[in-house]
Design a protein around this ligand. Sequence first.
Ligand code: G4P
Length: 511
Amino acid sequence: MSNRRTFAIISHPDAGKTTLTEKLLLQGGAIHLAGQVKARGAARRARSDWMKIEQQRGISVTSSVMTFEKAMDNGETITFNLLDTPGHEDFSEDTYRTLTAVDSAIMVIDAAKGIEPQTRKLFEVCRMRSVPIITFVNKVDREGRPVFETLDEVADALALDVVPMSWPVGMGGQFQGVLDLATNTISRPEGDSREFLGKVEEAPALPDDIAEEIELAQAGYPEFDIEAYRHGDLTPVYFGSALKNFGVAELIDAIAKFAPPPRPQPSEAGTIEPDNKEVTGFIFKVQANMDPMHRDRIAFMRLVSGTFKRGMKLTPSGLGKPIAVHSPILFFAQDREIADSAEPGDIIGIPNHGTLRVGDTLSEANKVRFTGLPNFAPEILRRVALKDPTKTKQLRKALDDLSEEGVIQVFYPEIGAQWIVGVVGQLQLEVLISRLEAEYKVEAMLEPAPFDTARWLKGSDTALKGFADFNKSNLAKDRDGDPVFLARSAWDVNYQQERNPELTFSATKER
Ligand code: G4P
């Protein structure tokens, strides 16, 4: 049984993801001072030019990996790989893709706010990929909403069974501690450790309403069922305060105990199990130009099977010939190190000069092709206009590169010369303009496009041709030359779908 747990934290901005990340790393002994995650982020951001946007807005556009270990009570040492997802509202495909590389997720909810739109969106992506969720209701040291209401909301909004594993004993000013529903023990933060207040029935005079609430809680919810959790039908809920480092140890225990070990990955020729001997993995993210002086890129690979050894030769599916991986990077909370070996579930960074693309499979024998790494239909479409029309070639190269990297998607319409870029979040457009200028010396402007969304088309050649005859002005090709329907509205998509049942209009595309 693998001792790896690879997970992400999903939340709405301000729910406490950064604070919780710091406390998780702190508990794992990976950092010694809270606040270092932010500090390290600032140092990293300062390094590269285009990340100015991040600095200006005080956000992190790019996601990274943090690895830490913890010895559990049963003597086992668990390696946790925490994949950070950007926490801003305009999240990009990067966020979605990161979720293709995890086995489980923690959903952080602000006790006062409940489930917010971004959380729900990320949750939907997790559900699509059957990524099981542990819920952490944060900030119980502040005034929150009634606990029952919060749990009902999670259950209703996400159509999930909820099983509280703990219960806040009072919230806000009344907050006394957290009750562990399995052991029936109340404890509360006391400096860096915790003070046990004893069994609930012995606890010093609980106010009547709280005592009554706890009685109801103990009787009112089903037992935790690990299979239902792992299937994504149930979420265990923990209450705590990231700021006060409370409930965090329980959360780590829960990931160690319940969260699934590295999952098998679907491939064109069947499922690849993690205990398969051959080393295989896939690229879920490429971060380019971390050093603006050298066009370097780091491709993030999730190892699916086999034991990776430094110097090993792997063949990227997009390249067809092997590359030797001499300086793979492992990411620790404070530092990066050259990795000598890695196990399924681990993430390694592979420096390269553009040979590795998001969605690539890497393998020893070059036979496996992983599936299930989608492109998402863009929600914002813009026309790209050049300030200097002689730079068409450079622009095309840049758009191809950046779409490979997953910064944007590009569509080349069948009619007309103006290319269209599609993004999931507004911020990607700013990144695009600034990188076009900084890295490709191309000054471009974005203009409104008469389209609202895009769908990948699939069907027989005859069906596609029949459709094209009537809809040429709405057709484009993507980076790979695959046909795309540019729609004026969601209504337009539905309408065409009904009229053309022999075609599929897909909102995602396998890479
Ligand atoms: P994010 O990454 O999800 O955006 O959230 P972040 O951790 O930055 O937390 C957002 C704000 O909520 C921060 O306050 C943080 O201190 C506070 N916070 C996080 N967890 C808790 C908690 O358990 N209890 C309470 N009371 N507050 C919490 P801020 O004032 O916006 O930022 P800062 O000045 O503390 O950096």
